[in-house]
Design a protein around this ligand. Structure first.
Ligand code: G6P
Length: 612
C-alpha cells in the first residue's frame, strides 16, 4: 500500500528519495510523486500516474532539483482516482507546504468545509490536500511549522503516517504517525523517514519505530521526538537484523519465485531453536504465557486476513486435532464489527505477515479492550502487531516482497504446528507422537527441495491453464484451506477466476460448472480421507473436468484419473500443508508468468493493507 520516504542531510535528496520509493514498489501503488526544497529555497513538486519510471520522466535534470531535503510517496488510491491530480505530495494554497500521507482522515469533509469558509480552495479529491491546508491555516496563526503540524493533527480524526516540508523552513522535515507505520532511519549526518525499513536499509540499519501519536522534527544535525501533547520522547534505537540481499531478486525472474525457492530455509528458520527433544515438545518463548497459564486455555480464536486467514484455518485443524482445544477462525474485518464473544480462558491469536494490516490491528485492539490475552504471529520485526500484543512468535520468513504471500504462509503454518504440539503435549499428545512431529519437521526442508525440483514440470502443466478463465481447487480436511490458498494465488497474480472448495461440497453446486474446459486442481494425499476424496474426484472425471492432482509419491491410482499428477513426499498429517501448497504456489506463478503479467505487483493489490 502507500509508501513514504523522506531525506534530510548533505546529499542530493531527489535521487535518494526516488531510490527509496523503488524499494517500496513491492507494496503496490498506482501513482508516485516527490517534493524537494532546492538550493534557492523553492519548493518543487513532481508527480506522475503509474509507475516510478513515469515519475522519473517528469523530473528535470537541471539545477532546480538540487537540494538536501525531500519527501516522496507512492499512492494506492483510496479517495479519488489514481491520477496525477490526486497523487502525493499535496501542497497547500500558498504553494509553500508539501505533505505526503498514508492513512485516512475520517473527518476530512468537516475540515474541508471549515477551510473553504476561510477561503481555501481544493484541486484534488483527497483528504490529504485538506490536511496540507489545515497546516497552512495553523501556520498563519503560529508561524512555527512544528506547532502548526501538531495543532492540525490534534484536529484530525483517522489515521496517518505523514511527512511535511515547507519552503519557509528549508532545514526541517516534520513527520508523525497514528495508525500508519513510520520509521526514522538514523544515518551519519543524515536522517530518513519511511513507512517501511526497506526504503532506507541500504543507508542505515539504525532505526526508531515511531509509536502512535508521536511526531518527529528532523534537521540536518539531529532529531527530536515528541508526543502530540508536546512531551519529549526518549525513543530506543533498534538495529534492523536483515540484509539488503533480501531486497534483491538475484538470478530469479521475480521475487515471488525467489521466495518460493527460499522455503527450505524459511521453514527451517521458523522451527530452528524451537524443538525441545528432551521432552518431545516445542518451546515458543515469546508467547508471554507460562505453561500453567497455557494449560488453562479452553478456547482459541485466530484472526487474520487473506493468506494469513488461510494459515489460521490450517492452524484450527491442527490444533483441534493435536491439542483438542476448540478453535474459532475469523476474518479480522468481520471480527472487529461483530461484537465478538470472548469467553474466559480464551486466547486470541492474530496472524499477520506484515504486522500492519489495518483490520487485523483493529480486531486485535478490540480483543485487548475486552481484556483478552492476545498474541501475534508476525513476520515483520518491530511491526505494530509485534509491539502491541501481549506476546508473540516471529515466523522468521525473512523479508517478503512479492505481493502474493508464499514463504510467509509456510512459516506461519510451521509456527502453528509448533503451537499445536506445545498445547497438545500438555493435554492430549503422547511423547511418542511429540517426538514423531519433531523428527518429521526436521525433514521438511529437504522434502520442500524435492518439490521445488519439479519446477520445470509444473511450468509445463501451467501451460494447460493459461487460457482458462476459471479454475477449481479442491481439498479436504487440512487441505481445504490449502485449496483456498491455491485458488487465491492463482486469482491474485493470473487474474483467472478461481475458487477453493471442500471436495465433498462439489456435488452441492460447483459440479454444475464442470466440463472439459474446467481445470480442477485437487489435493489427494495418502491419509485417512484419501478414499473419500478420490470418490469426489471421480465425479469430476465423469464430467470431463481436467484434473491436476497433487498426490503422494507412489500413488498409481491417480495417474489413471488425472490429466496431470504432481507427486510430493509423504509426511505426517499436521505437516502436509507445508508441502502440498508449494506446487500450487508454483502453478500460479507459472500461469501468471506465461501470461506475461507483473507477478510481483499484481493490479489493484497491495502487500500491506493499511486501510480498512
Ligand atoms: C494483503 C496481501 C496478502 C496478505 C494480506 C494479509 O492482501 O496482498 O498477501 O495475505 O494482505 O496481510 P498480512 O500482512 O496481515 O498477513
Amino acid at each position: 500500500m502507500c509508501g513514504i520516504v523522506g531525506y534530510i542531510g548533505k546529499k542530493n535528496a531527489i535521487s535518494l528519495v526516488v531510490e527509496g520509493l523503488k524499494r517500496l514498489e513491492y507494496r503496490g501503488y498506482d501513482s508516485a510523486g516527490v517534493a524537494i526544497i532546492n538550493k534557492s529555497k523553492d519548493l518543487k513538486v513532481y508527480k506522475a500516474e503509474g509507475k516510478i519510471i513515469e515519475l522519473e520522466k517528469v523530473i528535470p535534470t537541471n539545477d532546480e532539483i538540487i537540494g538536501n531535503i525531500g519527501i516522496a510517496h507512492t499512492r494506492w488510491a483510496t479517495h479519488g482516482q489514481p491520477n496525477k491530480k490526486n497523487s502525493h505530495p499535496h501542497i497547500d494554497n500558498s504553494g509553500k507546504i508539501a505533505i505526503v500521507h498514508n492513512g485516512i482522515i475520517e473527518n476530512y469533509r468537516v475540515l474541508k468545509t471549515f477551510l473553504e469558509e476561510k477561503g481555501f480552495s481544493f484541486y484534488s479529491e483527497t483528504d490529504t490536500e485538506v490536511l496540507a491546508n489545515l497546516i497552512s491555516f495553523m501556520e498563519s496563526e503560529y508561524h512555527n511549522l512544528e506547532v502548526s503540524v501538531r495543532e492540525a493533527l490534534i484536529k484530525v480524526e483517522g489515521t496517518f503516517g505523514l511527512a511535511v516540508i515547507s519552503s519557509d523552513y528549508p532545514g526541517q522535515i516534520i513527520a508523525a504517525r497514528r495508525g500508519s507505520p513510520l520509521i526514522l532511519g538514523i544515518g551519519k549526518e543524515e536522517y530518513f523517514i519511511a513507512s517501511d525499513v526497506s526504503a532506507t536499509i541500504i543507508h542505515t540499519k539504525d532505526v526508531i519505530y515511531l509509536q502512535d501519536n508521536e511526531m518527529v522534527v528532523l534537521t540536518q544535525t539531529g532529531y527530536t521526538i515528541k508526543t502530540l501533547k508536546n512531551e519529549i520522547v526518549e525513543a530506543k534505537i533498534d538495529k534492523v537484523d536483515w540484509d539488503i540481499s533480501q531486497m534483491e531478486k538475484g538470478d530469479y525472474k521475480h521475487f515471488m519465485l525467489k521466495e518460493i525457492f527460499e522455503q527450505p530455509t524459511s521453514v527451517g528458520n521458523a522451527f530452528r531453536g524451537r524443538l525441545y527433544d528432551n521432552l518431545s515438545t516445542t518451546r515458543l518463548g515469546g508467547i508471554g504465557m507460562s505453561l500453567s497459564e497455557l494449560r488453562k486455555v479452553k478456547k482459541i480464536q485466530i484472526i487474520g486476513c487473506g493468506t494469513s486467514w488461510h494459515a489460521a484455518l490450517i492452524g484450527k485443524n491442527i490444533i483441534e486435532q493435536i491439542a483438542r482445544i476448540p478453535v474459532e477462525v475469523e476474518y479480522a474485518s468481520e471480527y472487529r464489527y461483530r461484537n465478538p464473544i470472548i469467553p474466559e480462558d480464551t486466547i486470541v491469536i492474530v496472524i499477520s505477515q506484515s504486522g500492519e494490516t489495518a483490520d487485523t490491528l483493529a480486531a486485535m485492539r478490540e480483543a485487548q479492550a475486552r481484556g483478552a490475552k492476545v498474541f501475534g504471529i508476525t513476520n515483520v520485526v518491530g511491526s505494530t502487531i509485534a509491539r502491541e500484543t501481549d506476546g508473540g512468535v516471529y515466523s522468521h520468513a525473512g523479508s517478503e516482497i512479492g505481493v502474493a504471500s508464499t514463504k510467509a504462509f509456510t512459516s506461519q503454518i510451521t509456527v502453528l504446528g509448533l503451537l499445536a504440539v506445545l498445547l497438545g503435549r500438555m493435554t492430549n499428545m503422547s511423547p511418542i507422537d511429540g517426538m514423531e512431529f519433531i523428527k518429521e519437521i526436521r525433514k521438511i526442508p529437504k522434502k520442500i527441495e524435492k518439490i521445488l525440483a519439479l519446477n520445470d514440470d509444473i511450468r509445463e502443466i501451467a501451460k494447460s491453464m493459461v487460457n482458462s478463465t476459471n479454475a477449481l481447487y479442491l481439498g479436504r480436511g487440512v487441505h481445504y484451506p490449502v485449496a483456498l490458498e491455491g485458488a487465491l494465488k492463482l486469482k491474485e497474480i493470473s487474474y483467472i477466476h478461481a475458487e477453493g472448495y471442500p471436495a465433498a461440497e462439489m456435488k452441492h453446486g460447483p459440479l454444475a460448472l464442470i466440463d472439459e474446459n474446467m481445470p480442477v486442481v485437487a489435493i489427494a494425499l495418502n491419509d485417512s480421507i484419501y478414499d473419500k476424496i478420490i470418490s469426489n474426484l471421480q465425479e469430476v472425471k465423469a464430467r470431463d473436468g481436467q484434473l491436476i492432482i497433487i498426490a503422494s509419491e507412489g500413488d498409481k491410482l491417480v495417474k489413471k484419473m488425472a490429466k496431470h499428477v504432481i507427486y510430493i513426499p509423504d509426511t505426517i498429517y499436521a505437516l502436509q500443508p507445508i508441502l502440498s501448497v508449494i506446487p500450487l504456489q508454483l502453478l500460479a506463478y507459472h500461469v501468471a508468468d506465461l501470461k506475461g503479467f507483473n507477478v510481483d505487483q499484481p493490479r489493484n493489490l497491495a502487500k500491506s493493507v493499511t486501510v480498512e
